[in-house]
Write a protein that binds this ligand. Structure first.
Ligand code: RI2
Length: 330
């Protein structure tokens, strides 16, 4: 049997499973993880046909692209890599190297982009700002920590719990480790606290061509409350979080995760329908600015970023529906 049809490397499947069950999570980290999986896949190929190798890499990319549907960073990473080897000619080693080089380039680019966003984003924060953040965004944390370390020692942070997966705990821990004063608050208390907030700083999973920000569920409610209170709402997002396909009219698929994340199976709510969307959409008019690695832009400039600095239009799309929406699960 050709290796393209054979079992894919265990390590690659493990990365896919970890993305699916959110052991690997965060849009940037997911993108770097699929790039790493492509490297592992390329290095593990034992056949000798370049065409069969391409088919085998396609299979790996398909497995990776069926893990989670919303963060475009995953699809942009795969497209960046596949664009390099799909049309290439040459022997197996030439093609294999193209995959590995492109994947390494993506990982390096991504790590540097997060750092750069930290530098640019940190300048927007003032020395005694009270910042509110939601979920766990590496880019957002990078900006807050960088600001704090560059002598803006008065900064303090309100962190939402971020139900149902409580990623706010990871953020609170990370900020605390840097010595930043942190207060953890329930998601539902955001309006209660907004009067004490100077800036909201969040990450993004995807940014659409019209500047709409797709981020962790609850983000749009926070944006609404920030707007009401006249508080700046800042989004930290690498350019590979911008979705090229939305420029061509495609909608962003919102992931619905298992209802058991919301209600434990042990509960006695038998027959109750439970919905668990992981993300929501914040319209551009609620976003003050988006901080990217190439500079700060108004959300209305999202289409320009896609056109000028755009990542190749994703060849990949999510092929699996995570949850049957209309089945009672308990
Ligand atoms: P960074 C996360 O999604 C959160 O929604 C977070 O705001 C976003 O990815 C961006 O994270 P999830 O994977 O790339 O927790 O900034 O569902 O780390």
């Amino acid at each position: 049997m050709p290796q393209s049809e054979a079992k894919l490397p265990e390590e690659v499947l493990e990365i896919a499973t970890k993305i699916k069950n959110m052991k690997i999570r965060g849009a940037g980290r997911i993108a770097r993880a699929v790039a790493r999986a492509m490297i592992i896949g390329a290095e593990s190929y034992r056949g000798n046909s370049p065409e069969e190798f391409k088919e085998y890499m396609r299979n790996i990319a398909n497995v990776l692209s069926s893990t989670r549907p919303t963060a475009v960073s995953l699809f942009n990473a795969l497209s960046y890599i596949s664009r390099r080897y799909e049309k290439a000619e040459g022997g197996l080693e030439v093609i294999r190297n193209l995959v590995i080089t492109a994947a390494k380039e993506f990982i390096n680019y991504s790590l540097n982009a997060v750092k750069r966003i930290g530098e640019i984003g940190s300048k927007v924060l003032r020395s005694d700002d009270s910042v509110l953040t939601h979920c766990n965004s590496h880019a957002a944390i990078e900006a807050i920590v960088k600001a704090f370390k560059s002598s803006k020692r008065g900064i303090k942070v309100l962190v939402t719990e971020t139900r149902p997966r409580f990623q706010g705990y990871i953020t609170a821990e990370a900020l605390l480790k840097e010595g930043i004063p942190v207060t953890l608050i329930p998601d539902s208390s955001v309006r209660y606290f907004m009067r004490d907030v100077d800036k909201v700083v969040v990450g993004a999973d995807t940014i659409a061509a019209n500047g709409a920000v797709i981020n962790k569920i609850g983000t749009s409610l926070i944006a609404l409350i920030a707007k009401e209170a006249n508080v700046d709402f800042l989004v930290m997002a690498e350019t590979y979080k911008f979705s090229p396909a939305t420029l061509l009219g495609e909608y962003v698929k919102i992931e619905e995760r298992p209802p058991q994340e919301v209600v434990p199976t042990s509960s006695n709510l038998k027959g109750v329908y439970v919905r668990n969307p992981a993300f929501d959409v914040t319209p551009p008019e609620y976003v003050t600015a988006i901080v990217t690695e190439i500079g700060i832009i108004p959300p209305q400039a999202a289409a320009l970023i896609i056109k000028e600095y755009g990542w190749p239009i994703a060849n990949y799309e999510h092929r699996e529906i995570a949850v049957e929406e209309d089945e009672p699960i308990l």
